[in-house]
Design a protein around this ligand. Structure first.
Ligand SMILES: *Cc1c(COP(=O)(O)O)cnc(C)c1O
Length: 386
């Protein structure tokens, strides 16, 4: 059977190789610890589950949701932006329910670019931007990020011909995979850059609430008049441990929100109403459960960060996300080092090159296992004599 070139030409799924090796080692009795999974391992908060159960019993909730999402949920998103960021949003025209932000990212690209159009994406960055652009027939241009600059873009180094062609720019802070965070001044620069160059900025805020200590991640919409040139994606997946529920949102520029909504109304009919109601309850809560989760991830991070430091691995201490981004020791390539960790220590990490060419020389370590398993990882790493 024939399949489309766009599907055929998608890059092979890099993690499947590691999963195959993982199964093989497990069959041999190796206790494999998987720090490659980019999702929280903690359970969804009980009050959110309770709300789902309650709403699932209401028969009027079993019908189609409105395409844009129920107003309860869109109002909760707007209320969250007001109380958390001091940003006013019109819940009817500036908020759209998404079936997870990954869906929204893919549909945004389809909604705003034509085949052949250029999109600027972070390198290293979340791989979905690149594949979404490929599926829409667009051209990806990397915005190189480096450790020296804290993985913050140097907009003045973007070549003129790229600036002229690009229609859309993706950013993601707190970042997957680098765990880099920014202050509002970076978003101010980004907004100035897209305004001067007639682009749209799409900020992916999947980890906006997953932060440590005093650090609070800004919203791009806190920049004055940002709505003229920007949208922001949000998700309950990471902040409320709801990856499987598939619930997120996009907020900001009305014209773009409308375009995504129009496209989506021809593809899906939004999320199950009880899931939207439960998510609204989560967003309207005092966020104390999010703080408790963050404390769990921070404890794991501090422990592993300290141990890696002791071993002599180069790693920055993050202010958010569920990842450590570490330089490979002894000039190993990302793939070599990841393979060695799996074969000699039974530990899976993700090679940095899975996130773009600038990820070479780094690995992403997810903090998605209990503290006891982190201790075990540390023991095994110490024995490796890196
Ligand atoms: C997990 C993740 C997403 C997708 O989240 P969903 O809302 O579950 O689709 C988007 N962007 C980044 C950077 C992520 O890490």
């Amino acid at each position: 059977m024939q399949v489309s070139n766009r599907v055929k030409d998608l890059p092979p799924y890099l993690f499947s190789e590691f999963q195959r090796k993982k199964k093989k080692l497990q069959k041999q009795g190796v206790d494999v610890i998987d720090l490659g999974i980019g999702a929280p391992d903690l359970p969804t908060p009980q009050f959110v589950i309770d709300k789902l159960i309650e709403e699932a019993k209401v028969s009027s909730n079993h019908r189609y949701s409105s395409y844009d999402g129920i107003s309860d949920y869109r109002n909760a998103v707007a209320q969250h932006y007001r109380s958390h960021y001091g940003v006013e949003l019109d819940p009817d025209s500036e908020v759209l329910t998404l079936i997870g932000s990954k869906e929204g990212i893919a549909n945004l690209v389809q909604a705003v670019i034509n085949p052949g159009d250029t999109v600027l994406i972070p390198d290293p960055g979340y791989p979905v931007y690149r594949t979404a652009i490929h599926l829409a027939g667009g051209v990806s241009e990397y915005l190189p990020l480096d450790q020296q600059n804290g993985y913050i873009p140097k907009f003045n180094l973007v070549p003129d011909q790229v600036k002229e062609k690009a229609k859309l720019l993706f950013l993601n802070y707190p970042s997957n995979p680098t765990s880099a965070t920014v202050g509002l001044n970076t978003f101010l620069e980004a907004i100035t850059f897209v305004r001067d160059n007639h682009m749209l900025l799409a900020h992916d805020a999947a980890y906006d609430l997953v932060t440590f200590g005093e650090y609070k991640a800004p919203s791009v919409l806190q920049v004055p008049n940002a709505k003229d040139n920007a949208i922001e994606f949000g998700s309950l997946s990471k902040s409320f441990n709801m990856t499987g529920w598939r619930i997120g949102y996009v907020v900001g520029n009305k014209t773009i929100i409308k375009a995504i909504a129009t496209l989506k109304s021809n593809m899906d009919t939004c999320q199950f109403i009880p899931i939207q109601k439960a998510a609204a309850t989560a967003l309207k809560s005092d966020l104390s459960v999010v703080k408790e989760n963050n404390a769990v991830f921070q404890e794991r991070m501090e422990k592993l960060y300290g141990a890696l430091h002791e071993i002599g691995m180069e790693v920055q201490k993050p202010k958010g996300t569920i990842f450590l981004w570490a330089k490979t020791p002894a000039n190993h390539t990302s793939i070599e080092f990841s393979n060695m960790l799996l074969e000699k220590a039974g530990v899976i990490v993700t090679p940095g090159t899975a996130f773009g060419p600038s990820g070479e020389g780094y690995v992403r370590i997810a903090l998605s296992v209990p503290i006891g398993r982190i201790d075990e990882v540390i023991d095994r790493l110490k024995k490796l004599d890196l």
